[in-house]
Design a protein around this ligand. Sequence first.
Ligand code: MRU
Length: 365
Amino acid sequence: MNVNGRAYRTIWPAGDGWSVEIIDQTRFPHVFETVNLKTVEDAAVAIRDMLVRGAPLIGVTAAYGMALAMHREASDAALAKAYDTLVVTRPTAINLKWALDEMAKTLQPLRASDRRSAAYRRAAEIADEDVEINKAIGRNGFEIIKAIAAKKKPGERINILTHCNAGWLATVDWGTATAPIYTAHDAGLPIHVWVDETRPRNQGASLTAWELLHHGVPHTVIPDNTGGHLMQHGLVDMAIVGTDRTTAQGDVCNKIGTYLKALAAHDNGVPFYVALPSPTIDFRVVDGVKEIPIEQRSGSEVSQMTGRTRDGRIETVEIVPEGSPVANYAFDVTPARYVTGLITERGVIAANRAAIAKAFPERAG
Ligand code: MRU
């Protein structure tokens, strides 16, 4: 996507031919800064500390992390160590393990001398595949938005609610939940997006809003607890969210608070769609509520807020009384029964075991 007239992806090989550039998402929305990753440890820190985040981008960063490890040393021991270092960086997004398994499958059978170039090649392919998947999700989701538009008066705005950031910053390009939005907007449909701020890390307010603003998509940032009210008053035509892991039966794990939006959508008859790239399906898991590990992050993400002061300084302040305990569950699970449909690269499918297995038979096994 374009930032100040220049086309960017979220991750790319640096000019030196071996290190890797990322956009530091912890500095958004006030500072746009890139960071150079030189080692597998740099990649692990970038994922753990959320310089990169969003399930697909976490996976691609891990893939490049393996390539950085192979650049330093391509032995079996180095390969295993790189895998082990990266796989524990974040527990919930399954794209991380998926990408690492893809890299291991490619590299393990090779001689050490062939691994370096193969690692960079496969990481680049995974990045390119992500872009193609997201474009296809955009085309498929666009059909749903067109159908909603067809029932409205000409020019009447189409209100789409989204949670967290499943935009181009969460992927290599285009985003998942935002791909249909960008596609519809670029085609001239009058799209307006309700952007959940997404406490505690504010991915909606600081990332999704920034993206939409730069692309010129009309949007409004709302506190997380506003969506239900908007739905009751007919102000939301559909919700589209992303996912960090979707189970074989279609349960959807996504940023904390997604479940509450799905409940409100269900109560108000608002279609609730999940944009799902196939690497995010975990066929080993069936009951998402019971089986998906939910990341718990530092309490400081809840007890503190960071922002820009009027005179331009970036400051962090405490917003909880000193001594009050806080809890920080990063994700929740929306059971499949509340999901209207899964927007995948192979079409819009029902959130159930048969439909998912039929769409992705080579993965379902
Ligand atoms: O903790 P984050 O910011 O990595 O969480 C991101 C989300 O929950 C996204 O909605 C999800 O990864 C899908 S991104 C296409």
